[in-house]
Design a protein around this ligand. Structure first.
Ligand SMILES: *Cc1c(COP(=O)(O)O)cnc(C)c1O
Length: 337
């Protein structure tokens, strides 16, 4: 990998994140050996996968001498929260364009969790209806900044572009080295696939590192038919940035349907079961939007025999637990038990 280490980068995360066994969950499910790569512990503002992407994105922003970071997401966006924290830490202004597209939420969805933290980090929050065009609104916000004499930098939704996904090319390298050291011969890496940069970077990095294990992406916002070209396009763009031919084509990508339910951010029975199971069996917190649904897919895959006893599965925990506090109605407290 010639140029990854030459890209501008700013240190934001605690790496390497731990690679830990999940012995009680493995036993409870009776399937493959399960491990977790703890990217919920990247350190920045309660952790998560966006810290890895932001090291490269904000590295470029600093190199350009900007003073304001603009990004977009939903009211419970983990990406927005980590971007706001990174901007605060780097002494930059932050504008968050938050489009409100998930219907029927508990009032906490608009006051607690990630949104509460965005405010603490001093971000300027523009809360817009779910029908708003986030990219157009970010461009408008950037225009307003320039008119005020400021220098904005727009981070795309989810931090998913060629530069952002370098964070996961790097993470794949970290995982391969760590697994070798710990004697973990993993056969699959399972993760949530949203804006797609994490899966694209991980798949690219695993292939470049000589691992045959696929990055199994559970689609949490759209069908795999729609997600495949997005992830493939990102992987291609990432390979171009590194100046190498893409080692994987769209057809080589592993994408799974069946966990999104009624839509992005809407709870499913499988998500509720997965969040509870991981909490009860391992003391580990998943989130209602991404990792809960991805783990629901893993559990379904074990029950259906897609993953067997000879497999060694690493679950990439991409973070998101602050989102739990925006979903109190999904996790009622059992008082007096
Ligand atoms: C953003 C996010 C993802 C998805 O990553 P993408 O690169 O957008 O596909 C997964 N899990 C959590 C907790 C996230 O915040």
């Amino acid at each position: 990998m010639p140029s990854l280490d030459q890209l501008p980068r700013t240190r934001l995360q605690h790496a390497p994140t731990p690679l830990e066994p999940l012995p009680r969950l493995t036993e409870a499910l009776g399937g493959p050996q399960l491990w977790v790569k703890r990217d919920d512990c990247t350190g920045l503002a309660l952790g998560g996968n966006k810290a890895r992407k932001l090291e490269f994105l904000l590295g470029e922003a600093l190199a350009q001498g900007v003073d304001t970071i603009i990004t977009a997401g939903g009211p419970q966006s983990n990406h927005a929260r980590q971007t706001a924290a990174a901007a605060a830490r780097l002494g930059l202004g932050c504008i968050l364009v938050l489009t409100d597209a998930v219907p029927g939420r508990d009032p906490a969805y608009h006051s607690n969790g990630n949104l509460l933290l965005d405010g603490l980090f001093g971000a300027r929050i523009e809360l817009l209806p779910g029908t708003a065009d986030a990219d157009a609104e970010m461009a408008r916000a950037a225009e307003r900044c320039r008119a005020e004499g400021r220098k904005p930098y727009v981070v795309p939704v989810g931090g998913s572009n060629a530069l952002g996904l370098m964070g996961y090319v790097d993470a794949a390298r970290e995982l391969i080295g760590q697994a070798r050291q710990q004697g973990v011969g993993f056969t699959h890496v399972a993760l949530a696939s949203g804006s797609g940069g994490t899966q694209a970077g991980l798949a690219l990095g695993l292939a470049l590192g000589g691992s045959a294990a696929p990055a199994v992406g559970y689609c949490i916002s759209r069908s795999s038919a729609e997600q495949r070209p997005k992830v493939a396009g990102l992987l291609q763009a990432g390979a171009e940035l590194l100046g190498i031919p893409a080692p994987l084509s769209a057809a080589d990508l592993v994408l799974e349907d069946g966990v999104v339910g009624d839509g992005y951010g809407l709870p499913t029975p499988g998500m509720l079961e997965a969040v509870r199971l991981l909490a009860e069996q391992e003391g580990l917190l998943l989130d209602p939007v991404y990792t809960g649904k991805a783990m629901a897919g893993v559990i379904a895959g074990i029950r259906s025999g897609r993953f067997g006893r000879d497999d060694v599965l690493v679950f990439l925990h991409t973070g998101g637990a602050p989102g739990l506090f925006g979903y109190p109605d999904s996790f009622p407290v059992c008082a007096g038990a």
